[in-house]
Ligand binder design. Sequence first.
Ligand code: ADP
Ligand code: MG
Length: 269
Amino acid sequence: MATDVMCYERMHLNLKRLGLAEIDARIDSSVQEAASQDLSLVEFVDRLLEAEVCARQGRAAETRISLARFPARKSIDSFDFAFQPSVDRRQIKDLLTLRFLAEGQNVVLLGPPGVGKTHLAIALGLAACQADHAVYFTTAHDLVQMLMTSSAIGRFNRKMKFLLHPSLLIIDEVGYLPLDREASNLLFQLISQRYEQAASVILTSNRSYGEWGSMFADTVIASAVLDRLLHRSVTITIRGESYRLKDRRRAGLLTTASRTAPAPDQIKG
Ligand code: ADP
Ligand code: MG
């Protein structure tokens, strides 16, 4: 018959063998807690299993987040809605339920530099990662470079597969640089194929839809892209001041005149 010591050692060994690392780490203190809190055996087992599942979900979310390649971590909790009244808090809360992903809707965030487009796009992307969705974040510039390079070396289909795989693709800063014909065509193919799959895209741009014609090689491609993008979509237009300039303005470092002229950090979104 196994002694108590043998049982104890075998228990930890088996937890390790089964890969139940969280339970393995907690079980000794949990046994004492269970006794002092007068927990039933079912409560005791439930708490341990819950801790294991939470730890696994946390690790899975971290993996998703690192694969998403966000440029920074921006959560909705750090978004100051009072500073940006043109952003409807309820609409953002609704997007955070991720219903838009289930319905294959796109989210387009429009507005001048510094108003929080990228912040909100990342916050939605993080929420998707936490719900175990695959997400990929890129800028329009990097995306076009990626597509052009893969096309030049005969790996376009493979790259397309990579970009079609995530449940959510975030394309930041569309419109900062004009796109030539090849770039426009490649971007159109990507948007069109994601549309066919009902796979969501979040896109941010400093250009209003009316200006998209001049951003693409011609208005035909621009309207073909918009047609697919906007068929199932939510547009959030943010009007207001750059958050980046808020503190400087408060400190009196900016004059009224500098509100109209782009500041150095307004050149990029
Ligand atoms: P955009 O993409 O519209 O140019 P960003 O999302 O990059 O703007 O915002 C610029 C900086 O200001 C980021 O550091 C962002 O976290 C911050 N920011 C913007 N708007 C807000 C806000 N309403 N509350 C808190 N931080 C904000
Ligand atoms: Mg931005």
